[in-house]
Design a protein around this ligand. Structure first.
Ligand SMILES: Cc1cc2nc3c(=O)[nH]c(=O)nc-3n(C[C@H](O)[C@H](O)[C@H](O)COP(=O)(O)OP(=O)(O)OC[C@H]3O[C@@H](n4cnc5c(N)ncnc54)[C@H](O)[C@@H]3O)c2cc1C
Ligand code: FES
Length: 304
């Protein structure tokens, strides 16, 4: 497969009309950018009542072996006869055995994905979009803030950086959910809490029997933790209301828009810059994003 330089969040430029992007970087059966590669579900993990994690393997072993992506890139996952939806590939690129997607049930496609079982076939159009500019972050402290299913894109970039810990300063995670029952990746969280390379803080919205971590809304917990903004990049993902108030908290803590990075979840369709479904002003989320600095977002029309 050709390895084309993919644009990072730090280097977005206006997209020419009718551009088809990222196509040479991914499997494209029959040269058709809309045709998914067929994959098999190899594992389904029940994270919470609303979230399931699927591990899938592309059926063509040669395509699977050469599949390359960067942390933050997404895929269009399809259930045949139902439709396709966008999800971040949340397994780190070092994981070569499968691609992992965590899916929160929202509507028709995600409900069909939740009905899938091991051995079922799905379609995958991936990788799509840009990715976290992790190479530019070398030597910096990184503070991840994730809410709800927003932990999925943070998981992949966090694991990717932890594999390269020597290149970075302090790596921290603040992960919040409504209650302990709403926390995804519960099998991994204990490991995150005990990882000497990671400063992990968990919070839930309201007190819960037996809960020994923080209680409070993410922005308030963040203000109390008061991470030092010097030489630090904040990376956040979560529901819009969390993003809104977390941005305010980060600005109070002295983070500048250049050092705040987020990944957007605006609706996508074609994923390749053709249909215009995902545009904000002159930018398309599917090719110029989904990863943006706050600086870049502030330059866009306020449509979000
Ligand atoms: C770049 C990107 C990455 C994403 N990564 C993930 C992920 O890793 N895990 C995950 O669970 N979800 C993710 N999403 C959201 C996911 O694509 C939607 O939840 C999914 O498309 C819903 O499909 P559906 O057919 O089940 O729901 P629909 O029937 O299409 O919609 C159900 C309800 O959800 C609303 N809705 C659906 N999609 C969105 C959206 N993108 N933004 C706001 N509201 C929406 C609809 O308005 C409707 O109210 C991502 C979206 C994008 C654009
Ligand atoms: S232009 Fe079609 S989804 Fe972005």
């Amino acid at each position: 497969m050709a390895t084309k330089k993919i644009k990072s969040a730090g280097a977005a430029e206006p997209l020419p009309k009718n551009a088809v992007r990222n196509c040479s970087d991914r499997p494209m059966p029959g040269g058709n950018p809309y045709k998914p590669a067929v994959a098999t579900v190899t594992e389904v993990i029940h994270e919470t009542t609303a979230i399931k994690t699927l591990r899938v393997v592309l059926d063509d072993p040669a395509v699977m072996a050469s599949f390359h992506y960067e942390p933050g890139q997404v895929g269009q996952l399809s259930v045949f006869g139902v439709g396709e939806s966008t999800f971040v590939i949340n397994s780190p690129p070092s994981q070569k055995e499968y691609l992992q997607f965590s899916v929160m049930q929202a509507g028709e496609v995600t409900a069909a994905i939740h009905r899938l079982a091991t051995g079922d076939k799905v379609g995958v159009r991936a990788p799509l979009g840009n990715f976290f500019p992790w190479r530019d972050w070398r030597g910096k402290n990184i503070f991840f803030v994730g809410g709800g299913i927003g932990i999925a894109p943070l998981r992949v970039i966090m694991l990717h950086l932890l594999e390269r810990k020597a290149d970075y300063g302090k790596i921290s995670l603040l992960y919040g959910a409504r209650s302990p029952r709403d926390m995804a990746y519960s099998c991994e969280i204990e490991g995150w809490l005990h990882n000497p390379d990671l400063d992990c803080t968990l919070c839930i919205d309201a007190p819960f029997e037996g809960w020994t971590h923080k209680v409070g809304l993410i922005p308030n917990v963040l203000l109390k933790l008061a991470p030092d903004s010097t030489n630090c990049v904040a990376v956040l993902c979560g529901p819009p209301v969390m993003i809104k108030f977390t941005l305010q908290a980060l600005e109070k803590l002295g983070f500048t828009p250049e050092n705040i990075v987020t990944t957007l979840e605006k609706r996508m369709k074609c994923g390749i810059g053709i249909c215009g479904r995902c545009n904000i002003g002159g930018r398309y989320i599917c090719v110029d994003g989904p990863v943006f600095t706050l600086n870049q977002l502030q330059a866009l029309p306020q449509e979000l």
